[in-house]
Ligand binder design. Structure first.
Ligand code: PSV
Ligand code: MN
Length: 431
């Protein structure tokens, strides 16, 4: 099947033509600046061009909060329309070539056809996500008292079977990983036997792990709290790595940036997980208080940079199985989700480019000689670098837009699909 990308290539080219001279000017100036620091702009651009982050199918819609969901004209109403919106993001920014589906939200009756549709739109599929944190219409057993960790064997079996079904769908879509996040936990002290609940998690997770096809990974996602507010069964990276170690080499830990207490040093968690070969992937978002919903890099871009600083170190010192799956996971409440995903992809790639703009040799020397201020300033110099010309140049070379937001708005995509798609009503939010 041939490719039929959602936006016209001429539109992108015309929009770029008006901005090419300014970009070249900025790129040359940054190149000179980096050269004075002993860094090669083309080498950094090369790394950035090889970088990609997946899009969440659920991020194409307005996730809302637990209080409300505000509908907007042209919102996608099914996985096919979500794919089309994600393809718009990819066509403009060229670093989001995969979509991560979530089941049963993205259920459809022909996954072969879905895969073909994705291919023709210029995208593929990333990790599949299971959902045992909600009851579905017609479901036999409720997850009100837990899923993989329920005290009721029949509930656990149902939750396990759903995960196995996700793997089977994933095989058809060309995925090679399943991300398992459960909402299981307790709201009252005494409600759960904390040890036995974790035992049941390990037992259920082992059944899912046992069904992994060759070359697949199982990514375990921990979360401090919510929807359970006293304890969650997989609450932190400690529980996560213990489970991943017990399950085996195909199990790794997934770090969702919003799933930690506000002052936790996430970059150090990244370093620890990597040290033991258990850093499986990321869900990128940002958080001001305790949410996991805000756009990546919108609140604490410095933290994002420090995470990527550890990832660049990890690339230089890879451990067996190091191949982190990067995914945006955020809930867009008030923006056009395409605009949020474009902005987030840029923030994430930008944090990576800034980490690449650190003079590593100088940093390591300063660390080794305990020159505290020089180490700090060397790192800070990378963070201060305006890497946007590198990102824009990499986009253009791959066929994307210099100014993704302006080009998207000029395309009239949302207005066009608003005429074609049925309007979703207001609703309650997602987790
Ligand atoms: C839970 O808060 C989470 O981060 C998990 O990754 C879910 O699958 C996702 O959000 C979507 O609700
Ligand atoms: Mn997540």
């Amino acid at each position: 099947m041939g490719q039929q990308l959602p936006l016209s290539a001429d539109l992108i080219q015309d929009a770029n033509a008006r901005r090419t001279a300014a970009l070249q000017d900025d790129y040359d100036s940054l190149g000179r600046q980096l050269r004075r620091r002993g860094l090669d702009i083309q080498a950094i651009e090369h790394e950035v061009a090889a970088f990609s982050v997946a899009l969440p199918s659920w991020g194409a819609g307005r996730g809302g909060t637990r209080f409300a969901k505000f509908p907007f004209a042209g919102a996608p109403t099914n996985i096919h329309e979500k794919l089309a919106d994600c393809a718009v993001v990819q066509q403009l920014c060229r670093i989001t070539p995969r979509v991560s589906p979530h089941f049963p939200w993205d259920n459809t009756n022909d996954y072969r056809a879905l895969r073909e549709q994705a291919q023709s739109l210029g995208v593929g599929f990333d990790a599949v996500n299971s959902n045992t944190f909600q009851d579905q219409p017609g479901q036999k057993h409720s997850y009100a008292s837990g899923s993989l960790t329920s005290t009721d064997r029949a509930v656990r079996e149902q939750a396990i079977e759903h995960n196995l079904e996700c793997i089977r769908i994933g095989v058809q879509l060309g995925s090679t990983a399943i991300t398992v996040w459960i909402g299981d936990g307790s709201n009252f002290p005494g409600q759960h036997d904390l040890t036995r609940a974790f035992d049941r998690y390990l037992e259920s997770a082992a059944r899912i792990y046992g069904a992994l096809p060759q070359g697949w990974r199982m990514l375990l996602e921990h979360k401090l709290y919510e929807p359970a507010f006293y304890s969650t069964v997989l609450q932190d990276w400690g529980s996560s790595i213990l489970a991943a170690q017990q399950l085996g080499s195909q199990a790794q830990c997934l770090v969702d940036l919003g799933h930690h207490a506000p002052t936790v040093n996430i970059e150090q968690i990244v370093a620890r997980l990597h040290r033991f070969g258990k850093l499986g992937g990321f869900h990128f978002n940002d958080s001001k208080y305790g949410d996991d919903d805000l756009d990546s890099g919108s609140i604490n871009p410095h933290q994002l940079f420090l995470v990527f600083n550890e990832l660049v170190e990890a690339e230089l010192n890879p451990r067996a199985g190091f191949d982190p799956a990067y995914l945006i996971d955020q809930s867009h409440n008030v923006t056009d989700p395409i605009e949020s995903m474009l902005s987030s992809a840029e923030a994430i790639a930008g944090a990576y480019a800034k980490a690449l703009a650190v003079d590593r040799a100088a940093l390591h020397d300063a660390q080794q000689s305990n020159d505290v201020m020089l180490a700090f300033q060397t790192l800070r110099q990378g963070y201060r670098t305006d890497v946007s010309p590198i990102l824009a140049n990499a986009r253009v070379r791959a066929g994307g837009a210099i100014d993704t937001l302006a080009t998207y708005r000029a395309s009239g995509w949302r207005e066009r699909v608003a005429r074609e798609r049925r309007l979703l009503g207001p609703g309650t939010g997602i987790v």
